[in-house]
Structures are given as structure tokens and as C-alpha cells.
Design a protein around this ligand. Structure first.
Ligand code: C5P
Length: 205
């Protein structure tokens, strides 16, 4: 069984994908991490994330970079969102994601285009979303816990900018697959969202 979990930043899709992985005993790939590694590698190379050639050169990052804690920060998220608009970058990462999705026994992938591009044949597709306000509030609490000083307004602005870039790119834009179940987590707690996701997958698969 392939489970595709797509949705915008801070929608809860990562948490949901991890919980589904534990529940169904399937390996999980956070595909955002691949784009983050490309963005970080471009910065390490001294390249420009908006330049297609520089971005493509970032795709040859070493696997050890995937464990680097800096991949999780907001700055790298911004770089990832910029390199991910270049079609050659998406092509370069396609095979790796496709191989993970089609491994024997099944898999769960979370990202933006899993249900539409990487694994359109997935048995279960979730599109996890939430209002900008709810997502900004979650990110704010998460960052405050990590001791990062940032305002709610700055986070909301950044989320809106990233949503716009993800939605409006011409290739693999952030849109729900036609056969995806849309799960709005705005008013759901963590456990409620996970429970709703498990139920939805059981219905679809
Ligand atoms: O999900 P995460 O915030 O880690 O993703 C970082 C960025 O990578 C996103 O803003 C998006 O632009 C890009 N991305 C993508 N396709 C994916 C996963 C992430 O374009 N499948």
C-alpha cells in the first residue's frame, strides 16, 4: 500500500505521516527534507537558489546532509521553497522518491506532489491543510520552545509567502489530487488529527 500525505507547511502532515507509519508499520519518507538538503547544499556551494543551474548542482548533496539539524530551520525551509520551483531539480529528485514509494511492502511519503506526481497510483491520498492562523500559531509555539525569537506576524507572513510560491509554480503546484481526502486540522488537536487520518486511510485503502 502507498499512502500519499500532501499539504502546506505546518499543516500537521509530518506528524500525521509519522503516526501513520507507526500505525500501519510502513516506512516513511519526508520528501521536504530532500528539497531542504538541496537548498542547504546550494548555500554551502555559495550558489543562488533562484538560479536553475546552481539549484541543480545542489542536488548532488551527500546523504549525511540529511541528518544535519540545520535542515529543519526556517532559513533552510525558505531555500527549499526557492529551489523546488526549478523543473530540473524536481526531475533530479523524482527517481529517489519513486523508488521509495514503489518498494515492496508499501510506503508513506509526505510532501506537496506525492498524490499528483510521485505516486498518482497511491491507494490512499490525504491532503492535510489548516488555516494560516492555526498553522502560524503552531509554528510559533514550536519555535518559542526551541528558544527562537520571532513574532506570530512574521511567521504568518512567511507561511503566506511560501504557500503562494508552492501553489503558483507551474510544475507540480501544491493542489490536492482529485481523489485525495482533504483533512482540515485547524480545529483538531494532535491526537484527533491522527485518529481522523487513520480512519480516512482505512476507508480509502
Ligand atoms: O515540507 P517542508 O516544509 O519540509 O518543505 C520545504 C519546501 O520544499 C516546501 O516549501 C516546498 O516548496 C518544497 N517541497 C516540494 N515538494 C515536496 C516537498 C517539499 O516542492 N514534495
Amino acid at each position: 500500500m502507498i499512502i500519499a500525505v500532501d499539504g502546506p507547511t505546518a499543516s500537521g502532515k509530518g506528524t500525521i505521516a509519522k503516526a501513520l507509519s507507526a500505525h500501519f508499520g510502513l516506512p516513511h519518507l519526508d520528501t521536504g527534507l530532500l528539497y531542504r538538503a538541496v537548498g542547504r547544499q546550494v548555500a554551502l556551494n555559495g550558489g543562488d537558489p533562484d538560479d536553475a543551474q546552481d539549484a541543480l548542482e545542489g542536488c548532488t548533496f551527500p546523504d549525511t546532509l540529511l541528518d544535519d539539524p540545520s535542515l529543519r530551520n526556517e532559513e533552510t525551509g525558505g531555500l527549499a521553497s526557492r529551489v523546488s520551483v526549478h523543473p530540473p531539480v524536481r526531475d533530479a529528485l523524482f527517481e529517489r522518491q519513486r523508488a521509495f514509494a514503489t518498494q515492496a511492502g508499501g510506503a508513506i511519503l509526505d510532501g506537496r506532489d506525492i498524490g499528483t506526481v510521485i505516486a498518482p497510483e497511491a491507494e490512499a491520498k490525504l491532503f492535510v491543510t489548516a488555516s494560516v492562523e492555526a498553522r502560524a500559531q503552531r509554528r510559533f509555539l514550536e519555535m518559542r520552545e526551541r528558544g527562537v525569537r520571532v513574532t506570530l506576524l512574521e511567521i504568518a507572513d512567511d507561511l503566506r509567502r511560501r504557500d503562494e510560491r508552492d501553489r503558483e509554480r507551474t510544475i507540480a503546484p501544491l493542489i490536492p489530487a482529485e481523489d485525495a481526502m482533504v483533512l482540515d486540522t485547524s480545529s483538531l488537536g494532535r491526537d484527533e488529527a491522527i485518529e481522523a487520518a487513520i480512519e480516512a486511510v482505512e476507508r480509502m485503502a
